[in-house]
Design a protein around this ligand. Sequence first.
Ligand SMILES: Cc1cc2nc3c(=O)[nH]c(=O)nc-3n(C[C@H](O)[C@H](O)[C@H](O)COP(=O)(O)OP(=O)(O)OC[C@H]3O[C@@H](n4cnc5c(N)ncnc54)[C@H](O)[C@@H]3O)c2cc1C
Length: 466
Amino acid sequence: MKPFLDGLSQCLGPAGLVTDPAEMAPHLTDWRRMFSGPALAVLRPGSTDQVSAAVRLCAQHGVAIVPQGGNTGLAGGATPMGTGPQVVLSLARMTAIGTPDPIGMVVEVQAGAILQRVKEVAAGCGRQLPISLAAEGSATIGGVISTNAGGLNVLRYGMARDFALGLEVVLPDGTVANGLKPLRKDNAGFDWKHLFIGSEGAFGIVTAAVLRLTPATRHRSVALLSVQDLPAAIRLLGLFQDRIGETLSAFELISAEAMRLVETRCGLACPVADGAWFLLVEVASSLDGLAGAMEATLEAAFGAGLVQDGTLAASEQQAQSLWALREHVTEAESRCGKSLKHDVSLPLRRMEAFLDSVRARLAELAPAARLNIFGHLGDGNLHVNVILGETPPAGASGITAMVHDLIAEAGGSISAEHGLGQYRLDEWCRLTPRTGRDLAIGIKRAIDPNCLMNPGKAIPVFSPPK
Ligand SMILES: Cc1cc2nc3c(=O)[nH]c(=O)nc-3n(C[C@H](O)[C@H](O)[C@H](O)COP(=O)(O)OP(=O)(O)OC[C@H]3O[C@@H](n4cnc5c(N)ncnc54)[C@H](O)[C@@H]3O)c2cc1C
C-alpha cells in the first residue's frame, strides 16, 4: 500500500492525509460508540478537485471509501467495517459558505459546512434553514443531505431532500458531476441529485450543495398540553391543522413515562398535570399576532374536551423551558442504563393498535423492560425505545425484531430518520420485499460497479460481482 499512500500524500498534501493512529481514532468509531473499524488512512481533501483526485487513486488501487461529515450519524454509516482495504474521507476542511441570496432565498455551501453555522449565516440575512437537530453543532450539510435528515420541523418544512436544490458530487471513478443550480423548477429530464440524497454515501461523495432557504419566523408560540389517550392527541393535531395549520412547526409527543424520567433523572419540573401523553406544540410565523391565534385554538381544544391540562409559554424563556423537557428525554433515558432504540414511522391511523401490540408483546417477551416512547407525532415518527437497565433482562434479544415485525405489519418504516448504515441493514433486508432490494442493488451495481463507495452501508452490496 506504500505507492497508494505516497500518491495520496502527493495529491492531498500534509494537511490532507492522516495516518497517525491517535489522530485517526475519532474517525474510526461512531458517535454512540456502537461501531468501529480499521482504515488505511483518513483523507482530508481541501477542494472538490482534491476529492476527485483522491477518489481516482482509490479506484486505481481498489481501496473503498467511507465518506464522513460530522460523524454524528446514528446508524454506523460513516464508520469503516473492515471488509477489505478502506479509507475514511472526511469533508472537515471543505466548510465554505457562500453569501446567501435573500430574495432568491438560496445559499451555496461546501459539504463540510456545519449545519448550525449555515443556519447562522442564513439568519444573518433574515432567512432561515429550518433543519433542526440536536446534533446541528457538529453535523455537516453533506451528512445531512446523505442521510436525508429530518429533525423537529419536518411537519412544516419537510426533510433535507426538500432543501437540496442542487448538488455537486464526485462519482466512484473520480468524475465530478456539477448540478449546483439554484432552481426551484427544473423538470428537464431525470433529476439525478435524488440518487445521492439519503443514500448514505453509497453512490458518491457530495462535495457542495445549493440549499433552499425560507423566510425567517420571528414570532413563535409554544404550549405544553396533556391528553388522556393517543386518539385525543391525533384529533388535536387535526384541530391545529384545521385552524392554524400553516404555522404549525412542531407537534411533539412525550409519553407520561418519558416525562417522569425527565423529572426524576434530569431534575426538570413539568408544569402540566399528568395525562397518558404530553404534546409540545409550536406555531411560528413571520407575522405578529400569533399568540391570539394560538389562544383561540387552545380554547377550542379545551372546549372539545381534547385536552386535560396545559400551559402556554408567556415568554421566550418559558418557551425554552418547555422545549427543554422534550430535549432532555434522550438524556434521561441514557441515565437509566442500556436501552434499545427504534426510530420508526407509520400511518397515524395505525399508531394506537401498533403501540398496544408492542406493549402486550413486550410484557410477554421481557416483562422487566420498560418502554420510553416519544417522537414527532406530526410526522408519524415515534422513538419506541426500550430501557433494559444495567443488565439486559431475559428476552431482550428478541425485542428489536418484535418491534420491526409490528412496524412492517402496520405498513411503516424501520428507519424514519436515521438511515440504515450498517446498523439496520440486516433488518431492512429481512423485511423489504425482493423487488425493492433488487432495485437498490441494481442501481448500486450500475453506478459503483467495483463497490468502492461505502460498501455494506444502506444497500446490501459488500463487494464487486464475482
Ligand atoms: C444528538 C443527536 C441528535 C440527532 N437528531 C437527529 C434528528 O432529529 N433527525 C435526524 O434525521 N437525524 C438526527 N441525528 C443523526 C445525525 O445527526 C444526522 O444523520 C446527520 O445528518 C449526520 O450528519 P453528519 O455530518 O454527522 O454525517 P456523518 O455521521 O458523518 O455521516 C452520515 C452518513 O452520511 C454519509 N456522508 C457524510 N457526509 C457525506 C458526503 N459529503 N457525501 C456522501 N456521503 C456522506 C456517511 O458515509 C454516512 O453514511 C442526530 C444525531 C445525534 C448525535
